[in-house]
Design a binder for this molecule. Structure first.
Ligand code: SF4
Length: 697
């Protein structure tokens, strides 16, 4: 679009470009147009025809452009000498990184991939780690958000992803939201849920906090943090006792039902009421409503997954849906709301220590052999590598010696900050590739400047498995490069087969992704150009893509869904005399993690620092008043933070948003309480104490 502008210098012709792309923040995957003027992104316009967000954006999306041209973007490689960073040439920095990657045993090297980065970068990152360095130690932040979803839904349904699409919610008669505050954390899904409600769906929200989402519900069910398994076992107990289970669905499409039935028989509503703090008649009521609805959808997020029994929680949602036949139809399903914009894609691309692209298992020797042939490389290791918490522990012990992190900021986002910092300080060599000097990058020996999402082509895969194109709007600043180019340069220096990393474009990489990732095989550029793009699985170019999974059979080889009888475990660290309160951590509307949204001035002005939410009665007992700065302490550390006194949280529970370095919730969280099946640390529950600051009245 051409426009003429009158300026002091006279009439000037100015070109404004609108570049369609996808929001860089949450896994909803909203379409937007970046507004480009004079080679700068100066604003964002929602993408009106976009099927996900239909011309709307939340505040994070609206102001995402504010970070692109900031003065503090990294523009040149940096090498640390005598504790200070100095600028370096790409050759010098890459030679140094390559020499270190060559000097250590592959088992002593680890990689964190970036779930905010396009699929093409992540694919090349995992290929570089496996093929060039020879390690399976590659993981990403799904480990710390939806790792239990991947493991749990794969075990129950044969595929570890959202079963339905966002659009499907609008067909529901009832929506059961548990551990999800979608109006804040996934606002454009929240909008869909509100539309479903306007269409007549009954909206139940189970959450320990009376969140903005809970305030919009038809029925709010407060329950004690970490007791999801007991709550859902009791719901299933009621459904079976009332004869409301879907007998035909159970008979034809599932196995293990008798084992489930036997286990849930002891979880009477009265017994679960003791554990969950939900009155027995409320448990009965919501169970009957869920089972009687013709089309009932479950929505969940990190309130379900971020527990030391996160996989159990996820499988309970699958049990509940299968028990009532609420799978494989519009308006039903089990619908995890994914965190980062491309965390689904990062899992799909194989940035997991146990999986190659397309969830093909590293331990399967035939699969490893096939990738060895395809990638024309030395034998690949068939033993799964270390997960993120294991890499951090291993670095702290001195076993993992080199760490290469792309676009992650574990000093802010991983549990037990002191432990993370100890691990990073203990490394022999540490590389960070990022767009800003993050709190984590400050610990690095070499920092490599990367292009952000607006400066490159590629694809993001959103939480409903929709693979969408992102497009380049402007050049990266200074000497910053796109991630895949950096890995390619390193591969050359490390003597990799020159053909294996000789990519000419993101599209070139995507063509390779299609050949090794069965779910993506039928996707080509032309098909992805359409605003609706394609949902995986899309196995052939004739296939329409799959907005709804498990319609006639589940993804297990025998086509059956598997019931999993599960006992209530509860949080690993429970309140005691010294630490009498249970801490949970959350996200808020205006912030994402920290490195990006806190640099968006408009967003940071809205909520410039953190706070601890504490129940009114607890605050009264402790003599704490609203906005007073207090000391919150756990077995890992302590922080000073303003108190927000509110009746909107259960007595005995406190909450801290996780975005704020100066009062970081993760100084307190527990890295040693880990879900054994997914490696998920228990962000949502640890014991803390709160005290007034010394000298305060
Ligand atoms: Fe971006 Fe998520 Fe907001 Fe959409 S809902 S604009 S994807 S942050």
């Amino acid at each position: 679009m051409d426009q003429n502008f009158k300026t002091n210098e006279g009439i000037r012709k100015m070109e404004i470009k609108y570049v369609p792309t996808i929001c860089p923040y949450c896994g909803v995957g909203c379409g937007m147009n970046l507004v480009v003027k004079d080679e700068k992104v100066v604003g964002v316009e929602p993408w009106k025809r976009h099927p996900v967000n239909e011309g709307k954006l939340c505040p994070k999306g609206n102001f995402c452009y504010e970070i692109i041209h900031r003065d503090d973007r990294l523009t040149t490689p940096l090498i640390k000498e005598n504790g200070e960073f100095r600028e370096a040439s790409w050759d010098e920095a890459l030679d140094l990184v390559a020499s270190k990657l060559k000097a250590y045993d592959p088992n002593e090297i680890g990689f964190f991939a970036c779930a905010r980065s396009p699929n093409e970068n992540i694919y090349v990152n995992q290929k570089f780690a496996r093929v060039v360095v020879g390690t399976q130690n590659i993981d990403h932040c799904a480990r710390l958000c939806h790792g239990p979803t991947v493991a749990g839904l794969a075990a129950s349904f044969g595929s570890g992803a959202m079963t339905n699409s966002y659009e499907s919610f609008e067909h529901a008669d009832l929506i059961f939201s548990i551990g999800a505050n979608s109006l804040e954390a996934h606002p454009l899904v929240g909008r869909r849920l509100m539309r479903a409600k306007a269409n007549g769906a009954y909206f139940i929200v189970a959450d320990p906090r009376y969140t903005p989402t809970a305030k919009q519900s038809d029925q709010y069910v407060p329950f004690k943090t970490g007791t999801d398994v007991a709550l859902m076992n009791a719901m299933m107990n009621v459904i079976i006792s009332e004869g409301l289970e879907d007998k035909e669905f159970i008979e034809k499409r599932t196995k293990n039902y008798e084992e489930l039935k036997e286990l849930v028989s002891k979880y009477t509503p009265e017994m679960a009421a003791e554990i969950t703090q939900v009155p027995a008649d409320v448990i009965r009521d919501i169970a009957i409503k869920y089972a009687k609805a013709d089309k009932a959808a479950i929505v969940y997020s990190l309130g379900i997954t971020e527990h030391s029994h996160g996989v159990d929680n996820v499988q309970q949602t699958a049990n509940l849906a299968m028990l009532t036949g609420n799978i494989g139809r519009l308006g039903t399903g089990v619908n995890p709301l994914r965190g980062q914009n491309n965390v689904q894609g990062a899992c799909d691309m194989g940035a997991l220590p146990s999986d190659y692209p397309g969830y093909q298992k590293v331990i399967d020797e035939d699969i490893s052999e096939r990738f060895t042939v395809t990638w024309e490389c030395k034998d690949l290791v068939c033993t799964p590598g270390l997960k993120i918490p294991e890499m951090i522990d291993s670095a702290a012990k001195g076993d993992l010696k080199v760490l290469y992190i792309t676009g992650e900021d574990p000093v802010i986002s991983d549990p037990d900050t002191n432990h993370v910092e100890e691990a990073l300080n203990n490394l022999d060599f540490f590389v960070v590739q990022d767009i800003f000097m993050t709190d984590t990058a400050k610990f690095a020996d070499v920092v490599l400047p990367a292009a952000c999402w607006a400066e490159q082509e590629g694809t993001f895969t959103n939480g409903e498995r929709r693979v969408q194109l992102i497009r380049k709007a402007v050049d990266p600043p200074g000497e910053a490069k796109v991630d895949w180019e950096i890995y390619g340069e390193l591969a050359k220096r490390l003597g990799a087969n020159p053909e294996a990393f000789n990519y000419s474009s993101a599209q070139d990489i995507f063509e390779e992704v299609r050949t090794v990732t069965p779910q993506y095989a039928g996707m080509n550029r032309e098909r992805l150009e359409r605003p609706e793009a394609l949902h995986w699985p899309c196995p052939t170019e004739e296939h329409p893509g799959t907005a709804m999974m498990h319609v006639e059979k589940f993804a297990h080889p025998d086509g059956l869904g598997i019931f999993s009888p599960l006992e209530e475990q509860g949080p690993k660290e429970v309140p005691d005399e010294e630490y009498p309160l249970l801490l949970t951590t959350t996200r808020i509307l205006f912030h994402y993690h920290a490195a990006m949204t806190r640099r968006a001035d408009t967003l940071d002005r809205e909520v410039p620092t953190g706070y601890v939410e504490i129940n009114t009665e607890d605050a009264k007992e402790l003599g704490i008043i609203n906005n007073e700065k207090v000391k919150v302490k756990s077995r890992r550390g302590e922080i000073e933070i303003p108190a927000r006194v509110t009746p909107d949280i259960l007595k005995g529970i406190v909450n801290i948003p996780m975005h704020f370095r100066e009062c970081s919730a993760n100084v307190l969280t527990n890295a040693s309480a880990i879900d054994p099946r997914s490696g998920m640390p228990e962000y949502k529950a640890c014991a803390v104490s709160i005290a007034k600051m010394e000298g305060s009245k």
